[in-house]
Design a protein around this ligand. Sequence first.
Ligand code: ADP
Ligand code: MG
Length: 231
Amino acid sequence: MKETSRIISQAYKEGRKSLLETEAKTVCMEYGIPVTKFELAKSEEEAVKFANAIGFPTVLKIVSPDIIHKSDIGGVIVGLKNADDVRHGYNQILQNVKKQDPKARIAGVLVQEMAPSSTEVIVGAIKDPQFGPAIMFGLGGVFVEVLKDVTFRVAPITEDDAREMISEVKAYPLLKGYRNTPPSDIDAITNILLSTSRLVTDHLEIKELDLNPVIVYEKGAKTVDARIILE
Ligand code: ADP
Ligand code: MG
């Protein structure tokens, strides 16, 4: 709660209504939401140093208060296998951003642990003017974007609510495992939903929250992208 409050006041002080990915993930960590390891690099050398420490393959992402959808402008590169890839990727990302959005302020390039691919889910929160914060759940990709297969509950939610949310989306059978995909860790998703509920009820300044995607494994889950928008 303390660290989150500090991050939110700092953003307001700087006139920002969106948190950087580093800040949003630090908030997640304070609430026990698992995220990929990360370090913010300010130079190519630093990016290589952090990648060596975090391990390969790695992911690089632009961090800018002016950029909300990073991959739209070439601001995300995944699957970098070695130091040379990281050097090249670092410069590529800065070049992409410069071309697409020359005025964007750059906070740095985020070096982060690459989560192995698996089933992707989305956890969100949105504030309704009448009911206050509500929690959203769905499976990632086409399930959310095309089929709108998502479910909502007004926060705070109980553990039973969280489990009900997970089991009521149409794509639920996929979480139980199919073909080569192992069953997903439902307890891990439940905990993320409960933590998200605590976070947005503790901090009513949060207008929108998006953990998209959360990659879910047979054991555990990892949030690879977190976005928080303030009132
Ligand atoms: P955007 O701002 O465009 O939503 P994301 O951080 O979500 O950017 O990155 C885009 C995509 O790249 C994600 O949806 C995910 O598929 C992949 N990705 C991002 N970070 C990681 C990571 N740490 N490990 C594995 N895949 C990742
Ligand atoms: Mg994303």
